[in-house]
Design a protein around this ligand. Structure first.
Ligand code: AMP
Ligand code: GLY
Length: 423
């Protein structure tokens, strides 16, 4: 089977690696891919948003399955375009990807179907938003309705901050049209857990749990980023929490989407907060998380192609997802300055150290192959993942492996997985 992966970050490298381990894959392709993916797949310089070129390329290469991994093309309907052109596609259609594309949509869905989440109000008018804030309890959370590179969420401790936030999102339009509408939400406390679930429109099967570290600096300080590291499983995601979520969140979401005529097929990412009142949904994403995929997929025992096909064909009930008992930790190596200003083009040394080392992985997030070798080409550069018998061993292994890599301005957090000391 010939498989085309649409995307070019660490998540897509983790997906490519898992595909390359499938006995059913004969040839892998990626658009646009990156220097790491290029070791497993033929990479072609086509934008993830360019349906027309993707279709032409997939026809030329007689692709059997296309995996659309990032949020932007899914929300824009690229999976629909590819499917309409006759291809088998893994990834939700536009009318289902809206669960990530519009926070107002997802909040209304949860309210309508009694799925636990924070109380909220939606506003199109900045004056009405400010009037509401005048009597609201602080801290409070403001969210741009649309996609904002994971940065459209503002946690405001005072009324002044909240008013400033409304200005940033709705008037200054820091995230463009994404902020035309905002959701103002109750502030919740608790541990965060990410649970990615395979879905076939009717059946939903959760993968192993994971936890991300969104802030740039140690101690959860600094700006929000795409994610600085992950671990899996989360020790806080107990059997009791799992049971509650299966009964009240996962299947309820799948059924709600079906009832709305928006069958969700693909990966539904449930961002959960384990609050004192029980688990609640923080957000949904319509895809694998990045860097959650870099710890969850290396632990998955199933052939990913079997699972993806079952999602497309509506036979996921026949699949039993299996994960290794080993834990995994991923530490992101970034370029100093990320997520603001950083330089690119530094030569990366040490990548070969990972070759043939079982339980160690180096996923490329922002890299490029040049005559001088592989160079940094983004804010998040690499994801170093290691497995271990438990989370402590996995974390020690991952940090050991970060030392194998060298590049100028290398930056990482030193407290990925710190939460496991507190369990
Ligand atoms: P989101 O993109 O919705 O996941 O939000 C990004 C981050 O903001 C989350 O990972 C949480 O840390 C935080 N956050 C979002 N919503 C809330 C909330 N209602 N209460 C507390 N923190 C929140
Ligand atoms: N790691 C969070 C996300 O992929 O959105």
């Amino acid at each position: 089977m010939k498989v085309l992966i649409v995307g070019g970050g660490g998540r897509e490298h983790a997906i490519a690696r898992k595909c390359s381990e499938s006995s059913r894959v004969t040839e892998l392709f990626a658009a646009p891919g990156n220097a790491g993916i290029a070791e497993l797949a033929t990479c072609v310089d086509i934008s993830v948003m360019d349906s027309e070129s993707l279709i032409a390329y997939a026809k030329e290469k007689a692709i059997d399955l296309i995996i659309v991994a990032p949020d932007d093309p899914l929300v824009a309907g690229v999976a629909d375009d590819l499917e309409n052109a006759g291809f088998k596609v893994f990834g939700p259609k536009k009318n289902a990807a809206i669960i990530e594309g519009s926070k107002a949509f997802s909040k209304d869905l949860m309210k309508k179907y009694n799925i636990p989440s924070a109380a909220y109000e939606t506003f199109d008018d900045p004056d009405a938003a400010i009037e509401y804030l005048e009597t609201a309890k602080m801290p409070i959370v403001l969210k741009a309705d649309g996609l904002a590179l994971g940065k459209g969420v503002l946690i405001c401790n005072t009324l002044e901050e909240a008013k400033e936030g409304v200005k940033t999102l709705m008037l200054d339009k820091q995230f463009g049209k994404a902020g035309d509408r905002i959701v103002i939400e109750e502030f919740m406390t608790g541990r965060e857990v990410s649970v990615l679930c395979f879905c076939d429109g009717t059946t939903i099967k959760p993968m192993a749990s994971a936890q991300d570290h969104k802030r740039a600096k140690d101690g959860d300080k600094g700006l929000n980023t795409g994610g600085m590291g992950t671990f899996s499983p989360s020790p806080f995601y107990t059997d009791e929490v799992d049971k509650f979520c299966k009964e009240n969140i996962y299947q309820a979401t799948m059924d709600a989407m079906k009832a709305e005529g928006r069958d969700f097929k693909g990966v539904l990412f449930c961002g959960l907060m384990l609050t004192p009142d029980g688990p609640k949904v923080l957000e949904y994403n319509a895809r694998f998380g990045d860097p959650e995929a870099q710890v969850v997929l290396p632990r998955m025992k199933n052939d990913i192609i079997d699972v993806m096909e079952a999602c497309i064909d509506g036979t996921l009930d026949k699949i039993e997802l299996e994960f290794e008992d080993k834990a995994a930790v991923c530490v992101i190596l970034a370029s100093d300055g990320y997520p603001e200003h950083y330089e690119k083009g530094f030569v990366i040394n040490g990548l070969d150290t990972f070759k043939d080392k079982e339980d160690y992985y180096v996923f490329h997030a922002g890299t490029k192959k040049t005559d001088a070798g592989v160079v940094t080409n983004g804010g998040r550069v690499l994801g170093v993942t290691a497995k271990g018998a438990d989370l402590f061993e996995a974390r020690a292994n991952a940090y050991k492996a970060t030392e194998w890599i060298e590049f100028e301005n290398k930056y990482m957090r030193h407290d990925i997985g710190k939460a496991i000391d507190e369990q």
